[in-house]
Design a protein around this ligand. Structure first.
Ligand SMILES: [Zn+2]
Length: 427
């Protein structure tokens, strides 16, 4: 059972993780940095892998990362324990021709990414972060210094209709301002090139997103809450990483998979509907049991995936939006998510298995189902279960304001999540 000091330390650690991860590429870099510090080494997909028992490795595919600790027995005999999460969050992606000029301003053309609560991005100190491709090959991560980007609200005096509800047209209204247009000032392209130490013509492509510059903060009357951007789902990437690092090596291979593109349906070479996890499992099964052509199928049949994604804590003034008998509380421990229509992959077996692991770890379990008259969100869980045929359970830490620019969790849940996921990896 976690102690109060765990909450302080791990809450602080979660804030550091989120602050280091303004984009999926940065999240992967931060995961890799921490894995390297713990003795994990990187494998390239272009290399031949010869994993040895007990060794820790990680593989990067764009905004996704898979880390694993090789078990003492072949995958075909012992199976895998996998924790899955996603690195991306709702944001705005910078367009190729992003230099927009109107009304005496220079603006940045952006396209909404995922289903954000876009009004929460107004009047915040924003910047641009992500990955740029350089002439001649290679990519580098970049985060522009300061807070050069902003989405200003329209004053109420100029639109009284806002009292009936704010309507934002993403094409017309959600175009962030960069600077006044005096004809001489550097634009985004110059700032990017400057930030990566290249000439303006040397940046030949980019995956750039808007990001809030306000650091993650301690919040709440007891200081137990963490207010931060991107907690969905960097909170689960963080808990999954700490669980993998804490888990004792055993006979089973332990895996952390953090996929990109969950917020836009997971359909990409690095998303959960792509081949990344399957490729890694096939290679590990073949490497640890080269004589058995059915090794991967035997491995998957013995395996469990814990799909960790943030869960909806009951809202203080909108509790009617929750199913009355299922109202997860902040700080109440991991939430087991179920849905009759398979928006979550949890079933009797995997839900029971997770509940047992939590009991072993002294961790309480909460439950979430949607109201019958409300649609349900989803996760990488059902997608991965569908692709791999792997037993899967959907869980997550209770969260308020999911998909806001500034989400809220309880630091009390961080050690509870880490303990639960560690028990799952060690089972
Ligand atoms: Zn999520």
């Amino acid at each position: 059972m976690p102690t109060p000091s765990d909450e302080l330390v791990l809450g602080h650690d979660l804030r550091s993780f989120v602050d280091a991860s303004p984009s999926p590429g940065h999240a992967v870099a931060e995961l890799a940095r921490r894995l390297e510090a713990a003795g994990f080494t990187e494998l390239a997909e272009t290399d031949t892998w010869t994993p040895t028992p007990g060794a820790g490795h990680y593989v990067v595919r764009h905004g996704s990362l898979i880390a694993f600790r090789v078990g003492s027995r072949p995958l075909s005999e012992a199976g895998l324990r996998i924790v899955g999460a996603h690195t991306d969050s709702p944001t705005f992606k910078v367009r190729p021709h992003s230099d927009v000029r109107q009304a005496g301003y220079r603006l940045i053309g952006v396209e909404p990414y995922g289903g954000g609560l876009w009004h929460t991005w107004l009047d915040r100190e924003l910047t641009v972060a992500g990955r740029v491709a350089l002439r001649g090959g290679g990519t580098t991560l970049v985060r522009l210094p300061g807070a050069p980007v902003r989405l200003p609200s329209l004053a109420i005096h100029l639109d009284r209709s806002v009292k009936e509800g704010l309507t934002l047209d993403p094409q017309k209204h959600l175009v962030p301002v960069w600077d006044r247009d005096l004809g001489t000032e550097p634009g985004l392209a110059e700032a990017l090139a400057d930030a990566v130490g290249a000439g303006p013509d040397d940046v030949v492509g980019h995956d750039l997103v808007l990001t809030d510059t306000q650091p993650a903060a301690v919040a709440g009357a007891d200081g137990n809450w963490v207010a931060a951007p991107r907690l969905d789902n960097q909170g689960s990437c963080h808990s999954g990483l700490l669980a993998l690092l804490a888990a004792a090596a055993g006979e089973r291979t332990q895996v952390l998979v953090c996929n990109d593109h969950e917020e836009v349906g997971s359909g990409s070479m690095s998303g959960a509907r792509g081949s990344f996890l399957e490729d890694v499992v096939v290679r590990l099964a073949a490497a640890t049991d080269p004589a058995d052509r059915q090794a991967v199928h035997r491995a998957i049949a013995r395996s469990v995936l814990v799909s960790a994604d943030m869960a909806h804590a009951v809202h203080p003034t909108r509790s009617d939006r929750h199913e009355p008998e299922h109202r997860p509380q902040l700080g109440g421990g991991p939430v087991l998510k179920l849905n009759a229509n398979q928006a979550y992959a949890t079933d009797a077996t995997t839900g029971g298995w997770f509940t047992e692991r939590c009991a072993e770890a002294g961790v309480p379990v909460q439950h979430f189902v949607s109201r019958a008259d409300l649609p349900c969100g989803s996760t990488i869980g059902p997608l991965t279960a569908t692709r791999l045929g792997i037993a899967t359970v959907d869980i997550g830490a209770p969260t308020l304001a999911m998909h806001s620019c500034r989400e809220l969790v309880s630091a009390l849940d961080v050690p509870l999540m880490v303990s639960a996921l560690t028990a799952c990896l060690e089972n």
